[in-house]
Design a protein around this ligand. Structure first.
Ligand code: ADP
Ligand code: MG
Length: 701
């Protein structure tokens, strides 16, 4: 039985043992040697040199400064009490600040003494300072050997610290580990790639990511490891795509026929935007190549994705195929059905709707008509995926609002035809480019980055609670013009009770301000039954009520063009993408639309950035970039299954360039060598073919 050194349980490492082993598993999910090997420092301490005070910048890591204390002073009262000292070297003065342990520091810091001060420079009101730096009395005789390199800092926990596994403790374990395993770690990237991209070897990288001997090697190690992480995600994604497109021939939509042309020339009630035309052209090209299309269509709410989808479905029908369109909820499926039916008019195509609530009898008819090919277009929810749904000749699948569908569900649709149908995935949640490359790296991406002409950009304002009367006044004006208004309240699991109270109080206040019979209000929240919810939505959609008070249950994509005002209560509690989604409910008609963000006066820094961003821009892509910067990619919808979260070092916000390089590299590899069968790609071939214990580089025999 071969022994895989890196799979050795962590307790066998020198310095660990059963008790600490348990803790490492529990606290940091470190089970094996390899887990510890890939547990990277999150920061380094630069003790290679003394920095001059004049050269300090907030961008530096933790650094050390040598200087004399020239003054100290305790200022403020109680909570705000702090000790401020000034440190001087031959280039300038640096402010040192402590908020805690003041008594102890006060006794230590005597003016006139020279200290090695060690901490992170930061800038406050344009002035450089260090808060809570470490202090060491300078002793010219004492040259500690350990202080002469970049020191790694590892994340630890209170529990681990009790067992001497603070950062220093983990550092000691890592040093032991490297001694045992480093010479056994195999290279994972082919030599020619290392050379081409000037990457250091795997062993060198692991050595210097943990114990960099200088700043250059630290950067080189980071570069190599980040590249590798992003490279293998792309390799997996594009490998699937390469394999599948080689295995299956794609259906060919060779001609633009009558239905497409009739629709375009006679039925389409508007001129397509340039972006819509471009996307249709891209899809046309995709569907004639004899390769299955897997395309992601990104476009902000209201950019006209549905029209594009419809024209592609007509293209399928013109070529003798059926098409289907899948939406995440019943109400959306229904809306699509109605609007497509209207656009198509009579006799262009036969269209049917299939959802969970389609009566059995009708369902049977639909099943039969699908199988014999009488239905051209089927609209529906998840119900479409069920095995009982069989098509005669399915050529195109359109999936709306992709983020609610898993990859597996997508794959299931492939089996609905003997040759997999073309797949067009549409999403109204723009996601940052890097995330798109990682989440949907196996899809080609089209973007509609242009709104239909004449559409007025939504005006967004931010009002504080104290300005509520202005908001009511504005609502009255808009309703007097015949418009409708949404008011949305947050409903968040953790504070659901409180939220419901807010909602009730809100409804109460609105009902008083907008009394019957002049005003009518719809109310929709999660406690209502599905059918009540639906009925209320329909009332609003038909214009029977002027105000819709709702929690965030109002559906993505619901279309009420006459609604021109979106008011978001407690807007500071919503995430950016959610705010943007909500705002997208209005601005769907020809009228000027508005979004009013209501908030309290106390705002966190992030909340302020979110609200300011919303006021400043309507651009979903820009908003998504900022959202990712604020929250990190992990919180963005759809990332959970994607491998993004397995990234240990690479960062989709800051490492765009490396991602692009890695992706380009992988694309070139598959262009040249789709089977990875050439000798120079042997390591990559092995990555897919010799995996026994997780990833191949964990396997050492
Ligand atoms: P999305 O699904 O991208 O949010 P829709 O396809 O629902 O957007 O389109 C929103 C509205 O804009 C619909 O009422 C649609 O008829 C209209 N529309 C789409 N394309 C155009 C266009 N090129 N010119 C004018 N109106 C358009
Ligand atoms: Mg839509």
């Amino acid at each position: 039985m071969p022994h895989h050194l890196l799979d050795t349980p962590i307790e066998y490492l020198k310095g660990v043992g059963p008790q600490r082993g348990e803790l490492l598993k529990k606290e940091l999910s470190i089970f094996t040697y390899s887990d510890l090997l890939y547990y990277y420092p999150f920061r380094y301490i630069d003790r290679t040199q003394f920095y001059k005070i004049s050269s300090l910048k907030p961008e530096l890591p933790m650094v050390q400064v040598l200087g004399r204390v020239v003054s100290k002073e305790i200022i403020g009262e109680k909570q705000k009490k702090r000790l401020v000292a000034l440190l001087k070297d031959d280039t300038g003065l640096l402010e040192l600040v402590w908020f805690q342990g003041i008594k102890w520091i006060d006794s230590l810091l005597q003016p006139g003494l020279v200290f090695i001060v060690f901490g992170k420079p930061s800038s406050f009101n344009g002035k450089l300072s260090m808060s809570h730096p470490e202090l060491e009395l300078y002793d010219p005789e004492n040259k500690k050997p350990g202080n002469l390199a970049l020191q790694p800092v590892y994340g630890s926990t209170e529990k681990l610290k009790q067992y001497s596994l603070d950062s220093k403790g983990i550092q000691r374990l890592t040093a032991n580990l490297l001694q045992v395993v480093l010479s056994h770690v195999p290279e994972t990237l082919p030599d020619y790639i290392l050379q081409q991209y000037r990457l250091i070897s795997k062993r060198l990288a692991l050595q210097h990511i943990h114990f960099p001997s200088d700043v250059n090697l630290m950067h080189a190690a980071q570069q190599r490891i980040k590249f590798e992480e992003l490279f293998f995600i792309q390799l997996k994604l594009l490998r699937n795509k390469t394999v599948l497109t080689r295995k299956y021939k794609g259906l060919i939509f060779g001609q633009v026929g009558d239905k497409f042309n009739t629709f375009y020339n006679e039925r389409l009630p508007f001129e397509l935007t340039g972006a819509q035309k471009r996307v249709i052209k891209e899809i046309r090209q995709d569907t004639q190549r004899g390769v299955q299309m897997n395309r992601l269509l990104q476009g902000d709410v209201g950019s006209g994705k549905t029209a594009v989808a419809l024209m592609c479905m007509l293209l399928a029908i013109d070529n003798g195929f059926q098409a289907c369109m899948m939406a995440p909820t019943e109400i959306l499926a229904q809306q699509h059905y109605l609007s497509l039916e209207k656009l198509l008019g009579d006799n262009l195509a036969t269209i049917a709707l299939l959802t969970g609530s389609t009566p059995k009898k009708q369902r049977k008819i639909i099943h039969a008509e699908l199988e014999n090919g009488n239905i051209n277009i089927l609209i529906g929810t998840h119900a479409l995926i069920e095995d009982t749904v069989k098509f005669n000749n399915l050529g195109l699948v359109v999936i709306d609002e992709q983020h609610r569908f898993g990859v597996e569900q997508r794959a299931k649709l492939w089996t609905k035809n003997h040759v997999p149908p073309h797949i067009l995935v549409m999403t109204a949640t723009p996601i940052p480019r890097t995330l798109a490359m990682t989440l949907y790296g196996d899809l080609d991406v089209s973007v509609i980055d242009e709104l239909p002409v004449g559409r007025k950009p939504i005006k967004t304002i931010h009002l504080y609670e104290s300005q509520r009367l202005r908001m009511f006044g504005f609502m009255r004006e808009e309703i007097a013009k015949g418009r409708q208004v949404y008011i949305v309240y947050p409903l968040i699991k953790e504070s659901e009770k409180l939220d419901l109270l807010h909602l009730e109080a809100g409804i109460e206040a609105i009902s008083q301000e907008f009394p019957l019979p002049q005003y009518r209000i719809s109310i929709v929240h999660g406690k209502l039954s599905a059918s009540d919810k639906e009925a209320e939505m329909q009332r609003f959609a038909r214009g029977e009520t002027q105000i819709m008070v709702a929690t965030t249950v109002i559906e993505v994509g619901v279309n009420v063009p006459n609604a021109s005002v979106m008011i978001i209560e407690n807007a500071e509690r919503f995430g950016l993408s959610q705010l943007h989604q909500l705002r997208g409910r209005v601005g769907r008609g020809a009228e000027q639309s508005y979004c009013i963000l209501m908030s309290g006066s106390k705002l966190s820094k992030d909340a302020r950035i979110r609200l300011d961003t919303m006021v400043r821009t309507n651009n979903g892509f820009e908003i998504s970039e900022i959202d990712m910067q604020l929250r990190g990619p992990g919180d963005i919808e759809g990332t959970r299954q994607s491998g993004v979260l397995d990234l240990k070092l690479a960062d989709l916000v800051t490492d765009q360039a490396i991602l692009q390089t890695a992706r380009d590299c992988v694309i070139r590899i598959f262009d040249e060598d789709p089977d990875l069968s050439s000798e120079k790609n042997r390591l990559l071939w092995q990555y897919f073919n010799q995996r026994e214990h997780g990833l191949v580089w964990n396997k050492i025999s």
